[in-house]
Ligand binder design. Structure first.
Ligand SMILES: Nc1nc2c(c(=O)[nH]1)N[C@H]1C(S)=C(S)[C@@H](COP(=O)(O)OP(=O)(O)OC[C@H]3O[C@@H](n4cnc5c(=O)[nH]c(N)nc54)[C@H](O)[C@@H]3O)O[C@H]1N2
Ligand SMILES: Nc1nc2c(c(=O)[nH]1)N[C@H]1C(S)=C(S)[C@@H](COP(=O)(O)OP(=O)(O)OC[C@H]3O[C@@H](n4cnc5c(=O)[nH]c(N)nc54)[C@H](O)[C@@H]3O)O[C@H]1N2
Ligand code: SF4
Ligand SMILES: [Mo]
Length: 749
């Protein structure tokens, strides 16, 4: 009964309608959830929430009819997202109602990988985990427990378990994704919170960034908007992506992008095309950079990159002519080479050479509510979120397994929040610097997502305890001791997310329908209950998610009811602003938090950590005749390791293929559609060949996320190529994964 009222509250809204306090605004004009409204049988209700078909959390409007989700649209009032979502977002109901989801907690009964499990109660699962974790802690110390998740709001809850046990070894997935970029931002500007203003740019150069397949709805729309206004797009990519199809494609040799970027700097200095005023006023260390790029001529870069010097010169001149409303993009999945971090720094430096910080069509600092306090005209418009207090966590006895935080080593600049997740595998297998014995995994599938899948499996097999919390019996879950079934995003509340960009923005996730499988639970409940079972209840100082959200919203003038009603909040009437839009010398003190309070082109800190105070060029090997550089990327209709088994998306694209240029196909006597074997050292993968001009002859490509080995993913099982079965677990300078330096051979199966 209580539950029914609760749901009625969600579906029909119990909150007051938009009562606006002065200057305190909302998106309210479409709000369908009026207080006290009743609905006739069969009438559609709308629930505002946030998508989770990938981690972008786009604001959505979920249409519910007769108690079922019938359709998902974009939130109509969020202008950045424009009421649209992507194909994967549309497939939400297909995940929600998938009979292949995991429905009950499970404990392994057979050998690891044998697939034998018994269904258990939540209590049994919690007890099992509690006993095993305390055993590991007692025998080997809390540091022998690792936790890894895809970064997100679940971390507050999930990580509390490990931190309370004294483990320093908490990891996000970031080292496989944008970490080289985040560390570059942090060491150059003193903050990771910098974004690109694609919508207003006049000239956009992508270094592998593929907005039309690696989708972020707001970014993809912004790039489309710029293109429709006549912006020029240049794409450096060894393969012809959908984004490359929309601009000038430069099929660069993989791993040589830094040569292109350094040559841009060389030309801009030679031809005096850079913004000297900006550099003098806001940055330090430029002379060292000028020295470093002195011999990085267009002729030199042509040999490295395979792109003609004339093209490099032309692109550089065009880019500089568009200053400051131009973007040399800093990338998203930035894990190509061991030195990728220095590529990202060089990209940021070349951007600063056109002074494109805090101007339209360049880069800007995100402006969350707290940031506005720096601007008296805007102060009072919004308030930062509060949070739930936690007691202090015990100080870990040992340092982290990845050396994060160790001065005088690259670990000095690796963010401890993220760490080098690939090191978990090395620690388990080599027992260096000490062995991880228990691993808790949340919303993450290391088997598909980490490099060297065969070694990942070996590592799984050596553990005393592996626990996975997911919505599917993933490949990682299949090798786990305990599997915790989470409900989907369409069935749960979550903390308010801060999604601020040019203006502050808060987004809520709330259930659209009751649990489809009653024995699944949301993560906050799972880790709170597990924490309480382990005697760690003090770390979970909230009753339920309503209480948690109320504590978050306490300093703001927003309420839980209000957020449920509007879904997305942004200050009314507030336009995004750029600090230097009207004053090119405006202070950037509130943007820059480096030790020097300047843009650090040379950084002492980075010099100490990496011996490259300014980015240095390293040539990576190129493929020899008969071998190919192996590159991978996202596809528009799937998410990473996540959606291969989602019914509708699986139907749209059940498998991947290996792209190969016709010239190479002829040499190897291969043709389109052939069954092939791809090999790298001792590793092999079977697949099908796709013959296409859309790839350099010295490279091959496949979409990421296939080649699944859990038989419980009945639609995806055994289909396609898992690229990580071919890539070794090399760990880059800032702990990053390295995914573009592998060479493969290909033969007919
Ligand atoms: N539809 C969809 N959208 C997504 C995702 C998804 O899975 N599906 N995932 C989200 C996530 S987690 C991320 S990180 C982003 C990723 O979005 P993007 O960063 O755009 O990433 P990818 O598609 O991984 O890689 C893009 C391109 O990099 C190229 N590449 C590989 N090596 C090199 C190199 O050395 N130099 C150059 N210049 N190019 C190279 C590949 O050929 C590929 O075409 O997308 C997000 N959006
Ligand atoms: N070789 C190579 N490796 C790569 C990449 C590449 O291009 N090439 N891409 C890299 C990139 S950019 C990234 S971001 C990582 C991505 O790696 P992951 O973070 O592992 O991938 P995701 O697909 O985002 O999701 C992981 C898991 O979350 C589960 N999940 C989805 N929704 C929920 C939920 O509500 N609750 C719970 N508990 N689980 C849920 C999914 O079922 C899936 O098993 O992979 C990286 N690895
Ligand atoms: S990009 Fe697509 S899948 Fe990802 S959150 Fe947005 S709508 Fe959902
Ligand atoms: Mo990613």
């Amino acid at each position: 009964m209580k539950r029914r009222n609760f749901l009625k509250g969600i579906l029909y809204g119990t909150g007051a309608t938009a009562a606006l306090v002065g200057g305190f605004g909302t998106f309210s004009k479409h709000s369908p959830l009026k207080a006290g409204a009743t609905r006739a049988e069969g009438e559609e209700a709308t629930v505002f929430s946030a998508c989770e078909m990938c981690r972008n959390q786009c604001p959505i409007a979920v249409k519910v009819k007769d108690g079922k989700v019938c359709k998902i649209e974009g939130h109509p009032d969020d202008t950045a997202f424009g009421g649209v979502i992507c194909a994967r977002g549309n497939a939400g109901p297909s995940l929600l109602y998938d009979p292949q989801r995991i429905k009950k907690p499970m404990i392994r009964t057979g050998e690891r990988g044998e697939g034998k499990f018994k269904e258990v109660s939540w209590d049994e699962a919690y007890t099992y985990i509690t006993d095993k974790l305390y055993n590991v802690k007692d025998q080997f110390g809390g540091e022998a427990i690792a936790l890894a998740s895809r970064k997100g709001p679940h971390d507050w809850f999930f990580r509390s378990i490990g931190r309370a046990l004294g483990s320093p070894n908490v990891f996000s997935h970031e080292a496989t994704c944008p970490m080289t970029r985040s560390v570059a931002l942090d060491t150059t500007f003193g903050t990771e919170g910098i974004q690109a203003d694609y919508a207003n740019t006049k000239y956009l150069i992508s270094i592998g960034r593929n907005w039309f397949e690696g989708i972020h709805v707001a970014q993809t729309r912004a790039v489309s908007k710029a293109l429709s206004k006549g912006a020029k797009l240049v794409v450096l990519d060894p393969r012809f992506s959908i984004t490359a199809a929309k601009g000038e494609w430069l099929p660069i040799k993989g791993t040589t992008d830094l040569a292109f970027v350094m040559a841009m700097a060389n030309i801009m200095i030679e031809e005096n095309l850079y913004d000297q005023d900006f550099i003098t006023h806001y940055s330090e260390g430029f002379e060292k950079w000028a020295e470093e790029v002195k011999d990085k001529t267009p002729e030199w870069a042509e040999k490295e990159t395979g792109i003609s010097k004339d093209t490099i010169i032309r692109i550089t001149r065009e880019f500089a002519a568009a200053k400051p409303n131009a973007i040399l993009d800093f990338g998203w999945r930035t894990a190509y080479t061991p030195n990728d971090y220095q590529l990202r720094r060089a990209i940021l430096i070349v951007n600063m050479m056109i002074g494109n910080l805090e101007v339209p069509g360049g880069y800007y600092k995100t402006k969350p509510a707290n940031f506005l306090k720096n601007f008296p005209d805007l102060a009072g418009n919004a308030e930062g979120l509060g949070g739930v207090a936690q007691p202090g966590f015990p100080t870990p006895i040992k340092g982290r397994i990845d050396g994060t935080g160790v001065k005088g080593t690259p670990g000095q600049i690796i963010p401890a929040y993220d760490g080098a997740v690939g090191k978990i595998i090395e620690s388990i297998l080599t027992e260096e610097p000490y062995p991880i014995r228990a691993w808790l995994v949340h919303r993450f599938n290391p088997y598909i997502s980490l490099t060297d899948s065969p070694r990942v499996l070996e590592a799984f097999k050596k553990l005393d305890l592996l626990v996975t919390c997911d919505v599917y019996m993933t490949d990682t879950a299949y090798f786990s001791d305990v599997i915790l079934p989470e409900c989907t995003y369409l069935e749960r509340y979550e903390p308010i997310f801060d999604m601020s960009g040019l203006t502050p923005k808060y987004v809520i996730r709330q259930p659209a329908v009751p649990l489809v499988y009653p024995d699944t639970k949301p993560y906050w409940q799972i880790y709170k209950e597990l924490g309480e079972r382990m005697g760690l209840g003090d770390y979970f100082g909230f009753e339920d998610m309503a209480d948690f959200i109320n504590q978050q919203l306490a300093p703001t003038r927003l309420t839980f009811e209000k957020m449920k009603e509007i879904g997305v909040w942004t200050p009314s009437g507030m336009k995004g602003f750029y600090i230097r839009e009207n004053d090119s010398k405006a202070s950037l003190d509130n943007v820059l938090s480096t030790p020097s309070k300047k843009i650090e082109i040379f950084s002492e800190h980075v010099e100490e950590a990496t011996k490259q105070g300014v980015p240095n060029y390293f040539s990576h090997p190129q493929p020899e005749e008969g071998t190919f550089r192996f590159v991978q990327g996202k596809v528009a209709v799937h998410t990473n390791a996540g959606t291969a088994n989602v019914p509708i998306l699986n139907e749209l694209m059940p498998t991947n293929t290996l792209w190969m240029n016709p010239v190479s196909c002829r040499k190897l006597d291969l043709k389109d559609g052939d069954d092939i074997v791809i090999s790298a050292g001792n590793y092999e993968q079977k697949g099908k060949l796709k013959m296409t001009e859309g790839i350099r002859p010295d490279s091959v490509f496949c979409y990421h996320g296939f080649g699944r080995i859990s038989p419980e993913l009945k639609r995806a099982f055994g289909k396609g190529i898992n690229g990580n079965n071919l890539i070794s677990n090399e760990i880059g300078i800032v702990g990053n994964a390295v995914t573009s330096t592998t060479f493969v051979r290909v033969r007919k199966a």
